[in-house]
Design a protein around this ligand. Structure first.
Ligand SMILES: NC(=O)c1ccc[n+]([C@@H]2O[C@H](COP(=O)([O-])OP(=O)(O)OC[C@H]3O[C@@H](n4cnc5c(N)ncnc54)[C@H](OP(=O)(O)O)[C@@H]3O)[C@@H](O)[C@H]2O)c1
Length: 239
């Protein structure tokens, strides 16, 4: 599959890097600002990795180069399928995707919405399933997906940063604390994905009666961690 990525920023580079790692045989070309946009004609699939306010200017020269059968996948937040479709020739497939930066490590999470040919969605899934997990959602839920998995790594990094500080306060070096925290979160995430159990049941299994875990959990509850997280994700979805 020939892939052209328009936009050489953070998510464009992460996707390009992930595809090159996962499928070295697939040609991936990245077009930055100032590159000839008509080079997009080389792509069976064109990935639009630019900000919403940059889209109409970017699609003007691109639209003329795209052929029927090409698929345009936009990762831009908020920009709807109808808005993208209005800027493109008929019979160019349009897919909305919301990935996250861990696609570069092949552990990304990408949500998709598409209202055209199901084959367009299958092409998008073929690419992004190389880079982690994928999920189809109704388009009305794409802003929610942006807040959940698009923004999600940032929430995790704040928790990781604070947890590393706790390790340093307890006497570990930064490097040791970082490994303890990151691997523990990776393990917790892996057990949630591997298990049919609700996270509450997994938590109970870690919590020895009258032990130290319950002391830590009580502090988290005093800090209103649950309502804080719920409100944070809703605020991002409504932004
Ligand atoms: N970062 C994430 O974690 C993430 C995750 C999921 C989705 N997204 C979405 O992806 C989009 C891009 O985010 P980002 O964080 O990658 O932003 P970014 O780092 O600012 O990257 C956008 C890049 O596109 C370039 N660009 C603008 N117009 C162009 C054009 N006509 N042709 C070629 N390149 C052009 C920009 O160049 P200039 O700097 O010169 O303008 C910039 O290098 C946003 O809509 C965001 O919502 C981001």
């Amino acid at each position: 599959m020939n892939i052209v990525i328009v936009g050489n920023g953070r998510i464009g580079r992460a996707i390009a890097g992930g595809i090159r790692r996962a499928r070295p045989s697939w040609p991936v070309r990245t077009l930055g600002r100032g590159d000839d946009p008509t080079a997009a004609r080389e792509g069976d699939v064109v990935l639009l990795c630019i900000k919403p306010q940059q889209i109409s200017a970017a699609l003007e020269p691109l639209a003329a180069t795209l052929k029927p059968g090409n698929v345009l996948i936009s990762v831009a937040a908020r920009t709807t399928l109808a808005e993208l479709r209005a800027l493109l020739p008929a019979r160019v497939g349009v897919v909305r995707a919301m990935p996250n930066l861990p696609v570069s490590e092949l552990v990304g999470m990408t949500a998709f919405a598409c209202e055209s040919d199901p084959k367009d969605l299958e092409r998008a899934e073929e690419i992004f399933s190389l880079l982690g997990r994928t999920l189809r959602v109704e388009e009305r839920l794409m802003d929610a997906a942006t807040a959940m998995n698009g923004c999600g790594p940032a929430y995790a990094y704040v928790i990781v940063e604070a947890w590393i500080d706790a390790g340093i306060k307890l006497g570990f070096s930064y490097e040791t604390s970082r490994t303890l925290v990151a691997q523990t979160l990776l393990g917790a995430a892996a057990s949630v994905l591997a298990s049919e159990e609700h996270p509450a049941a997994l938590k109970t299994a870690v919590t020895t009666p009258a032990g130290c875990t319950i002391e830590g959990l009580m502090q988290l509850e005093d800090g209103r961690i649950r309502s804080t997280i719920v409100r944070a994700v809703i605020a991002a979805a409504e932004a």
